[in-house]
Structures are given as C-alpha cells and as structure tokens.
Ligand binder design. Structure first.
Ligand SMILES: *Cc1c(COP(=O)(O)O)cnc(C)c1O
Length: 422
C-alpha cells in the first residue's frame, strides 16, 4: 500500500492561537511592563482562581516550578523549615502517581524526599485508591500524596481525598493536563491542599510556557509568591530569611495565557469531538479508548488514547531505548500503530512510561493493589493485572489529538490504525 503523508505535520497537541494573545503581549510591550509584574499577570491570576474556584492562584514560570513550590510548602507545613541546603522532605517518603510525566514526581526529589509509587487503576488510568490504602498500611507515617489527572481525565479523587483525610495526609494535585475537566461538578485543581496547572505549549491552553500554583489560604499563596521572586524580605536592601527561586511568570507570557483563557471551552469541545470520532472509528476494532467515569467526571479530552485488548496484541518487546515487534494478521501493538501514524506525517506517542520502571527511580518502592509490586514480570495475568501501569504502557498509546487536525486528516489516521489490525 502506498501512503501519501500529510503535507503539514499533524501534531500530538500543539499551540492554537486566536489573536487576542498578541493584543495583550503588545500592551505589555507598549507600556514597558515586560518583566514579572503587570496587568496580564494580575488578570490571569484573577481569572484562573475564579474559574477553578480556589481561593488563590499564583502565576509561575512553569507547571514544574508550581509543583516544586506546592511540594515544598506541603513539606514545610508537615515537617518545618529545614536548614539551608537541605530539603523539606529529607528522610520522608511521599506517595505519588506512578504512570505520569516525571515532572509530577521530580520535585519530591528536589526536596530530598523519596517517592513511593502507587499503581494505576483501569477505570480512569490514574492513581488506584486500593493501592493507596495498601501503601498506607505498609507506610503509615507518610503524610503527603502527589496525584495527577492523566490525559485530562479526573482520577478517583473523592476516594483519594477520603483515604488521605483518614491518614492525616496532605494532597498535592497535579492538574497540569486536566485544566477545565470536572469531578462531581468541581474543576480539577480544587481537590488538593495545593494544586497546580500548566500552560506548557502542548496543554489545553498555553502561554508558550508557564504554570500556576493554586492555594486555599492566602498565607500559602503569599509564601509561593515570595519564594518565586527570590524570597526578599520587606527591608530596604536584599534581606533573605529563606531560600529563594526565580519562578515567577513573565507579564508577556501572561499576555498569551490571558488571550487563551476565553478559548478554553472551545478547545475542550474540539478535543472531545476528536475523542468521539476516534471512538466511532475504532468501534469494531479490538481496542478501547482511554476510559473515564461519566457518572462523576467530565474530562477535558486533552489527549485521545487507545488500549489494545490483550488477545489482539502482536509480539512487541521493549528494551530500555528500543523496540521490536512482529506484525500478525488481525493483531497489532502500540509500536506498529505509532509507526503507521508517523508514516502519515502525524505524531502519536507511547503512554507515559511508569515511574517505577524508569532507571532513575528503579530503586524506589512501588505499591500495587495487591501489595508490593516489585519483582513482577508479567503485567497481564489472566484478566488480572499485577502491574496495571506496565500493562497500560505495553498496550496503550496516545493518538494525534491536535485541535487543528481536520476531520479528513483524522479519518486517514483512523484508516491507518485500522490497517494495522488487518
Ligand atoms: C506538562 C506537565 C507537567 C509540567 O508542566 P510544565 O509547565 O511543562 O513544567 C507536570 N505534570 C504533568 C502531568 C504534565 O503533563
């Protein structure tokens, strides 16, 4: 079969500008408010805290910076201020989502803590509350849980909150991918003691970069703002009582975010239509789309993903940095499908490789629903997964989900995926 690739690449998820971004950037330029102070920052903080319904939002340079400050504030609240040069979490374990982007968990290490990875459930592809309960049985002293909502789908955050309350633990909620998604009618970003969102270039709306920490209390927001601007004290000179960071958002970036905010719902509607079109296009294939619980949640459909049924997987062997697979009639695997998508000049992506499988975190504990998950080799055993994250990583992939993709382009991608199963 000859394939005619798209002339212009179809991306996984790329920035989509609307015009107002330029107006606010220009305003910043013309008024010389080109630093980390200005009307765009103030307005973006106001609009986002209003949208999410959290008390306070502090605009920062990235979602990762927001996670760092969120985790650091939680660490200080739990364990007090450390000596300079030491992290707030030193000597402490922290429970964290396992199947996620490493930015979710790296700040635990920045603060000297040890991440204990909690396995994933199949219903929403997020942290499994059953595994979290197990983890508290095994490590009853843990007081902090860092939890992400993957691909725009809210996790079982109600259950996670109940478990954390029972154990007196704080939650840092990573809503970087799920801005605009709701759980039981509330926006993600409201469920953590500290929450964050991201305006990275591939997120549902973007500032080209940027992020925000969302806090319930004014004192926490004030602390985040102070730390993000080098921790200056109120004094005539540069006076420092605490470690500082250069994490504040620029007023130019905030202009881009400000111009994007009115388009959040439009982007979500486009992403949802993409998800539905894939779902229909794959209805008779041995695959399912990334699932969500329609009773409790409305995702933002940031990325459309698919999972191949176990019986329809061809052989695929992944090493640390390479992969081999053997095509079989009627079957396929993520690697074959990603190759087919790439041949069309479109961009797919493997599922986030779980943190417990990453060389950097291989020595950290990993807890599954049935207890300690280390040592298992077979992810999928007779309908029971011993390591759900590994199983989804092996059988799943992210499909091109750009909101500028045309229906015709998406139909060709669907056709290319269907070919893989012939
Ligand atoms: C993008 C992302 C982040 C980090 O956000 P940046 O703004 O890129 O630093 C954190 N967590 C998750 C789950 C993400 O997808």
């Amino acid at each position: 079969m000859t394939i005619t690739p798209f002339e212009e690449k179809v991306y996984l998820s790329s920035p989509t500008m609307h015009g107002e971004e330029l107006k606010y950037m220009q305003e910043a330029y013309e008024t010389n408010w080109m630093s980390t102070v200005g009307a765009n920052i103030n307005e973006v903080e106001r609009l986002i805290s209003e949208k999410i319904g959290c008390g306070y939002a502090v605009a920062l340079s990235s979602g990762t910076a927001a996670l760092h400050l969120a985790i650091k504030i939680a660490g200080e609240r739990l364990y007090g201020q450390p000596r300079v040069g030491h992290g707030t979490l030193e000597g402490h374990k922290v429970f964290a989502s396992d199947m996620t982007f490493d930015a979710t968990v790296n700040p635990i290490a920045y603060e000297g803590g040890e991440a204990v990875f909690i396995d994933t459930e199949y219903d929403t592809w997020n942290m499994d509350p059953v595994a979290l309960e197990k983890a508290f049985e095994m490590y009853p002293d843990v007081r902090l849980v860092v939890v992400a909502h993957l691909y725009g789908t809210p996790g079982k955050i109600g259950e996670i909150r109940r478990i954390c309350d029972e154990h007196g633990a704080l939650i840092v909620e990573d809503a970087a991918e799920s801005f605009g998604a709701t759980y039981k009618g509330s926006q993600t970003g409201i469920f953590g003691d500290y929450s964050i969102i991201s305006f990275n270039g591939n997120k549902i709306i973007t500032g080209s970069s940027g992020g925000m920490i969302l806090c319930r209390k004014k004192e926490d927001a004030d602390k985040a703002r102070k730390w993000s601007t080098q921790s200056r004290e109120a004094a005539p000179w540069y006076q420092h009582e605490e470690l500082g960071y250069n994490y504040r958002m620029s007023n130019v970036i905030a202009g881009v975010v400000r111009g994007q905010i009115p388009y959040l719902e439009e982007h979500i509607a486009q992403k949802k239509a993409i998800y539905e079109r894939y779902k229909t296009g794959f209805a008779d294939l041995p695959v399912e789309m990334n699932p969500f619980d329609a009773e409790t949640s409305e995702p933002n459909f940031w990325l459309s993903c698919m999972l191949i049924k176990p019986e329809a997987m061809c052989r695929q062997v992944r090493g640390e940095k390479d992969v081999l697979y053997i095509s079989e009639p009627g079957k396929s695997c993520p690697s074959e499908i990603l190759d087919a998508i790439a041949a069309l000049n479109a961009e797919g992506r493997p599922i986030w490789k779980p943190m417990h499988l990453q060389p950097i975190y291989r020595m950290n504990p990993f807890i599954t629903a049935s207890g300690n998950g280390r040592g298992g080799t077979n992810a999928y055993i007779e309908g029971e997964a011993a390591d759900v994250g590994l199983d989804i990583f092996e059988r799943g992939l992210c499909l091109p989900s750009d909101n500028k993709m045309t229906a015709e382009q998406q139909d060709r991608i669907i056709e290319a995926v269907r070919e893989c199963f012939k």
